[in-house]
Write a protein that binds this ligand. Structure first.
Ligand SMILES: [Zn+2]
Length: 356
């Protein structure tokens, strides 16, 4: 199954620095990747004119218009880029295509276990001709088409904090109705405006239906962010946390995450771009590892950020001195923490997957 990695130079001592090619071919797990943020730039440029978006001729102007590659100055301009990408997601065929392409890209980055998350409400906005079920079936077709690739794929359903509770309740039931094809449920969007605890009832419903839970939290620089992690775990029943990087500033949150063995889905470039951390070098990744936290390496929105997962590995090697052993440890944690059924994960993972 992992034939393309069998000739990966064995690093011998785990202290050896990996070459760009070795980093690329290293088997990886991606737990935190948004489907809507994973569009290939080439696909986006091809589809943009069909929804009236003008495409500049030269690459620099294209990147400037569609990608977020430097620390955001204001939220509005970043959100505009997400909405431009979202506007092309207007048909079943396009959703199937971008899902297939996202999986193919992940496979080519060395990813062997991939969790892709999407928000039915985000995709449906201004595309009301698509029902949630149509959206889901189109995405599932993309996953099915990609089955020929040796990669385990699972879908996570995202609830949006910014939408009314009754809409989120409906999405929760939608996820429960499709729990044979959703591996988990998530809560995203502005954690400062709407704290995790407001969604207690909805996540209790998900929990009772047996759907695993991961929650975006502890990302923003605000003083309340670590409390969102505590609430996500204690009130919403989160088994993993998306980001959670700010727990490093709060002993109560840090201790809780460690004691409960809650893996963090860390996303270094994303945290830098959104000012969650002041610089890549200031990211507390190693601090969290040394504090005994279960950490994993993820890309969040690779299409919009113009990155891939290998880029994140390269950053961690160059800026934080990560070695092969660090990458393998993070990946084994992620392989264990994945919500994809074990038999499917193990089929594509080179090492035995144990329970955390
Ligand atoms: Zn995210």
């Amino acid at each position: 199954m992992n034939s393309d990695s069998s000739d990966l130079p064995q690093a011998g001592p785990h202290g050896k620095k990996l070459t760009a090619d070795e980093l690329k071919r290293l088997e990886k797990v991606e737990l935190h990747r948004h489907l809507e943020g994973s569009l290939r730039l080439s696909t986006l440029l091809e589809l943009a004119p069909s929804v009236g978006i003008e495409v500049p001729k030269d690459f620099t102007a294209q990147a400037e218009k569609f990608l977020v590659t430097s620390q955001m100055k204001d939220l509005v301009s970043v959100l505009n880029k997400f909405w431009m990408t979202q506007s092309v997601l207007s048909s079943d065929e396009i959703l199937t295509r971008i899902t297939y392409e996202a999986i193919e890209d992940a496979y080519l980055e060395g990813i062997r276990i991939l969790e892709l998350r999407y928000s039915p409400t985000f995709i449906q906005k201004n595309h009301e001709h698509l029902s949630y079920q149509q959206i889901h079936q189109a995405i599932k077709r993309g996953v099915k088409l990609a089955e020929k690739m040796p990669i385990a794929v699972g879908l996570i359903c995202i609830l949006q904090r910014t939408l009314p509770l009754d809409v989120n309740e409906r999405i929760c039931h939608f996820a429960i109705d499709n729990k044979d094809s959703f591996i988990a449920i998530d809560l995203a969007d502005d954690e400062d405006a709407l704290p995790a605890r407001d969604f207690e009832k909805i996540f209790l419903t998900a929990h009772r239906a047996g759907i695993p839970i991961t929650i975006h939290g502890g990302e923003s620089q605000s003083a309340t962010a670590p409390q969102n992690v505590i609430d996500a775990i204690e009130i919403l029943g989160a088994q993993r946390i998306g980001h959670g990087v700010q727990i490093v500033k709060n002993m109560q949150a840090l201790n809780l995450v460690r004691e409960k063995n809650i893996p963090l889905e860390l996303c270094v470039t994303s945290n830098w771009l959104t000012h969650a951390v002041p610089s890549v070098g200031a990211h507390p990744f190693k601090k969290l590892i040394h504090a005994g936290i279960l950490t994993t390496i993820n890309s969040d929105d690779p299409g919009i950020f113009g990155i891939d997962l290998t880029h994140e590995y390269s950053l961690l090697q160059e800026t934080h001195g990560f070695l092969l052993a660090d990458f393998e440890r993070c990946n084994d944690i992620a392989a264990q923490a994945s919500f994809i059924p074990l038999i499917k994960r193990q089929k594509h993972w080179p090492r035995p997957i144990h329970k955390i």
